[in-house]
Ligand binder design. Sequence first.
Ligand code: NAP
Ligand code: 8YV
Length: 312
Amino acid sequence: MKPRILQYGRLMPSLEKQLVEHFDVHRLIDEADPQAYVAAHGAEFKGLATAGFADVALMDALPNVRVISSFGVGVDRIDIAGALKRGIQVGNTPDVLNDCVADLAMGLVIDVSRGMGAAERHLRRGDWINGPYLLTRRVSGKRMGIVGLGRIGRTIARRASGFDMEMAYHNRRPVADAGMRYEPSLHELARWADYLVVIVPGGDSTRHLIDASVLDALGPDGYLVNVARGTVVDEPALVRALTEKRIAGAALDVFYNEPHVPAELMVMENVVLMPHIASGTVETRAAMAQRVFDNLQSFFATGQVVSPVTQQ
Ligand code: NAP
Ligand code: 8YV
């Protein structure tokens, strides 16, 4: 008999198809009253496939679920401690997205400095006829400060080394084989950097890590690049710093209240805005989908997911 799985949120159609072929799947999004449905049927499910969310209320409503497989590496909307306490394994999709997230981070560094998006808007508006585009800022040879030298942070560093950039990083602890300077003070890193690239996990431990004081340390010639989570940046403080020209610009793939983006940012030419697309390539999303499937299949075959999450 196929294990019964609850699907929370929308997943890629190819993944939904693969899940249905191997599991007895029920999609919670098809229920008019999801809460009433899980209250009545929650005990039927052995696993949960989720688009990134699982709180303890949901886990309690699914008392026989022993595995959660989540689409994405970030687990900030999954209560990991709550899952582990209930004997539930959580699987995510690390590593397979490092390259694409790092590619986009590097693209954002280039775009916010060289004004590629802004210059193209200038051309498309027909403004080139009236004169050349403004001079922009050089990228090669500049200083990049990486906040979060983990799997993706290290991949970003490899990209930046191809641009002859000087690099340093800040984590809570130094990384043994980082091959670059560790900066124990986030403020000192921001003061030193031309680009502060943020790629830490979201959640309570990093909420507003990038606040007004870090932005002031980055200063009027510095750029903020955030490909982590919107919660990591104090967004109103960022809007104020940009409005008052206390930083040079920002490039953001993630926002505090997605898909809502502060109106002030929408009209700023020194700000690059992306709709959370860093992992969004055909190749990477297919690999992420496969890992969601593999985590479930491996759990039901061996009792272990492929990519276990052991802490938030
Ligand atoms: P990872 O390998 O776990 O790396 C995270 C790094 O952040 C670690 O080096 C960690 O070092 C550091 N860190 C954690 N908390 C910190 C803190 N409070 N202060 C400073 N450094 C801290 O994770 P990853 O696979 O690279 O992914 C990172 C995050 O990127 C994900 O959790 C997700 O939220 C985000 N992401 C976004 C997208 C997107 O589409 N934009 C795509 C993929 C991932 P220490 O533990 O030593 O501090
Ligand atoms: C999203 C991400 O999962 O992996 C992560 O943590 O933020 C992304 O890859 C993806 O955008 C689907 O929501």
